[in-house]
Unconditional design. Structure first.
Length: 201
């Protein structure tokens, strides 16, 4: 057999092996994210950090509202004494996500004095970095991270990489209820999780 044919066959085999390894890594990561999504600790903390999500005008989107409601329940149950809302401005005509979250929580009888906000972040990483600064300024050191279940694994990993004493507190309900929406969210989270592992962004 000519040498170039042997080299071509080897190249094909190596390519197939690499693709198989990448596919296996993606599937195993997706499975770990799915299994982690139901993990919740019966732990009390000083503050709940609510990761930002879209707002609709002056109201939280359904996704954001689920996160806010969960944080409010943690507060009213005595699991946290402070809520930190994160998130900046998505649309110039809308208030910052954190401000919308704060206003919603106050309307639900959370004391304004027990709410902290940061209004500059646009990503999960920025949510956590900015929340950590706010928390440090207020001598808060132990946190429950509040977000959608499939967002938990990446968010908690990011928080712990920042040196935070952080624990998952996924929303017990989620707007991602249909099979299609959950699969779409899981695929997106798996991609971002792998990107974070490699690039730390």
């Amino acid at each position: 057999m000519p040498n170039y044919k042997i080299q071509k066959r080897r190249l094909i085999l190596v390519s197939l092996a690499l693709m198989s390894a990448l596919l296996l890594a993606f599937i195993s990561t997706a499975l770990s994210i799915y299994l982690y999504s139901s993990k919740s600790n019966n732990i009390k903390a000083e503050a709940a950090i609510v990761l930002g999500a879209a707002v609709w005008g002056k109201e939280p989107s359904p996704v954001f509202r689920e996160r806010i409601n969960h944080a409010i329940n943690l507060y009213k149950n005595g699991d946290v004494s402070t809520i930190i809302f994160t998130g900046g401005v998505g649309d110039r005509n809308e208030p910052a996500e954190a401000i919308v979250g704060k206003n919603y929580a106050i309307a639900q009888r959370v004391k304004a004095a027990n709410i902290l906000i940061e209004t500059q972040s646009r990503t999960t990483s920025q949510n956590l970095k900015n929340a950590l600064k706010v928390a440090s300024d207020n001598q808060l050191t132990k946190f429950l991270i509040v977000s959608d279940p499939l967002h938990m694994k990446r968010a908690v990993l990011m928080a712990r990489d920042l040196g935070m004493d952080a624990y998952p507190s996924p929303t017990p309900t989620t707007r991602y209820r249909s099979f299609h929406s959950q699969i779409e969210f899981l695929l997106r989270e798996t991609y971002f999780y792998l990107v974070y592992l490699v690039l730390k962004i």
